[in-house]
Ligand binder design. Structure first.
Ligand code: ADP
Length: 451
């Protein structure tokens, strides 16, 4: 195991990793931008190094500054969290060149899987079912049109380098294809520096069901069950739960085993997530792999009792997987709600400001991962996730009741600060959601967004 780890991230996930380090007796180094100098992780990590101004490009995305902080503090490994540099194969490579262990899959695996189009081709070879579509990126709009004609509308044009719900355009009919193709490429270039796109069939209604996998560097792997993340706004998740509800055990097992087969085939190491869409007939199709710890990882931790960050550190330290598949027992139901500082009544606009009151929920089966505290200044620079409220209960009805109770307890106040809690409550009250029968269209239906 490592003696010292640098945490190349901020917010709740930086705190989550710092906690895991302390629990394992590993020293932690926090890095922070000037805007985050009062953040909790700066106080709670063993050391903290300022790596630049608020602009993420000059701090949390600044590989040189992060490597320099690691060198100065004598860290042996870098935990990238999620977002920022977590899926950047070049950064993983730079870490290795500087004698640092990047806590994630090998760079060449990240290259192969981080490109969504290449991942599709690789997983197709591994025998995973996929939505019909192109097997490589497209060179011209004519090619896109030919694929769309072949598979039939609606289709979705996706950036190969896309992520975070950006760089995807749904195309309902042939007349919209050319403009959608151009638009998606422009977004790809602007947001990801890569304008390559591919086309696949748009599945609707569909549920987003994903599988947590854990693999070591010695060919061993396990899956840790499913999570349903269909409650999404603009392809971004708001609520996640596990196991995915209202699907047969046979389907859940098949999805999980399929994901693990894909992970082993790809030579995956560390924690990873295989995402699928599932239709009403419970047919599932692979869409992408996330090569990092995910925001929603606590859902899996609550139903398996496995600490994914601990496992991640052990695997990166070269320890063979400590779990066999038969050791993984799924128990009960966990639900996570993301509480963002956004105003649901004003199109989910971010609402930065100082928290004058901040009392996160507590009590039986309740876990709140947050970097917030009374007096904390929510800045305008980074994403607006303030807290993840996660509950566990023996069954889904009680988990729902517990989540309502937890949100009822949660007090967040500050001049100008709003949260997504009122909107989350609307979702929790929805009859379809309560029954566990919902799809990725649920939020748009509640918001009255036309199909
Ligand atoms: P990102 O990498 O940006 O998260 P994903 O490929 O994981 O993008 O897709 C995010 C969401 O977009 C999915 O959960 C789903 O709601 C929607 N989506 C993606 N591909 C399809 C598809 N082929 N059909 C229907 N919805 C899709």
């Amino acid at each position: 195991m490592f003696e010292k780890i640098l945490i190349a991230n901020r917010g709740e996930i930086a705190l989550r990793v710092a906690r895991a380090c302390r629990e394992l007796g590993v020293r932690s180094v926090a890095v922070y931008s000037v805007a985050d100098r009062d953040s909790a992780v700066v106080r709670l990590a063993d050391e903290a190094v300022c790596i630049g101004p608020p602009d993420a490009r000059q701090s949390y995305l600044n590989a040189a500054a992060i490597i320099e902080a690691a060198r100065k503090t004598g860290a042996e490994a870098v935990h990238p969290g999620y977002g920022f540099l977590s899926e950047d194969a070049d950064f993983a490579e730079i870490c290795a060149d500087n004698g640092l262990v990047f806590i994630g899959p090998r760079p060449e695996v990240m290259v192969a899987l981080g490109d969504k189009s290449k991942a599709r081709a690789l997983m197709s070879d591994a025998g995973l079912p996929l939505p019909p579509g192109s097997m490589e990126t497209l060179g011209t709009v004519a090619q896109a049109r030919a694929v769309a004609e072949e598979i039939g509308y609606p289709v979705i044009i996706k950036c190969a380098a896309g992520g975070g719900g950006r760089g995807m355009t749904v195309v309902l009919s042939a007349e919209d294809l050319a403009s959608a193709y151009d638009r998606t490429r422009i977004v790809g270039q602007a947001a990801f520096g890569d304008d390559r796109v591919y086309v696949e069939r748009y599945l609707s209604p569909a549920r987003h069901v994903e599988v947590q996998v854990l693999c070591d560097g010695y060919g061993n792997g396990v899956h840790l069950g499913t999570r349903d993340c269909s409650v999404q706004r603009r392809h971004q998740k708001l609520i996640e739960e596990g196991p995915a509800p209202a699907l047969s055990g046979v389907t859940l097992d098949a999805i999980a085993e399929t994901a693990l087969r894909g992970a082993l085939r790809a030579g995956y190491t560390g924690v990873g997530t295989f995402e699928f869409l599932v239709d009403e007939a419970e047919r599932f199709q692979f869409i992408e792999i996330n090569c990092r710890i995910q925001v929603e990882h606590p859902v899996t931790e609550m139903i398996t009792g496995v600490d994914l960050v601990h496992e991640q550190l052990h695997i990166a330290g070269g320890v063979p997987l400590r779990l066999r598949q038969e050791d993984v027992r799924l128990q009960g139901v966990a639900i996570e709600c993301r509480v963002n500082t956004e105003d649901p009544d004003r199109n989910f606009m971010p609402t930065p400001g100082r928290l004058t009151r901040f009392i996160p929920p507590n009590g039986p089966g309740t876990r709140t991962d947050t970097h917030g505290y009374p007096g904390y200044l929510v800045g305008p620079y980074y994403d607006s996730l303030l807290a993840k409220v996660v509950v566990w209960a023996p069954d889904r009805d009680l988990a729902l009741g517990r989540m309502e109770r937890a949100l009822h307890e949660f007090e967040v106040d500050g001049p100008g600060v709003h949260t997504t809690i009122p909107f989350i409550r609307r979702v929790l009250d929805d009859a379809g959601f309560r029954k566990g029968r919902y799809s990725t269209g649920l939020v748009d239906r509640l918001l009255g967004v036309p199909d």
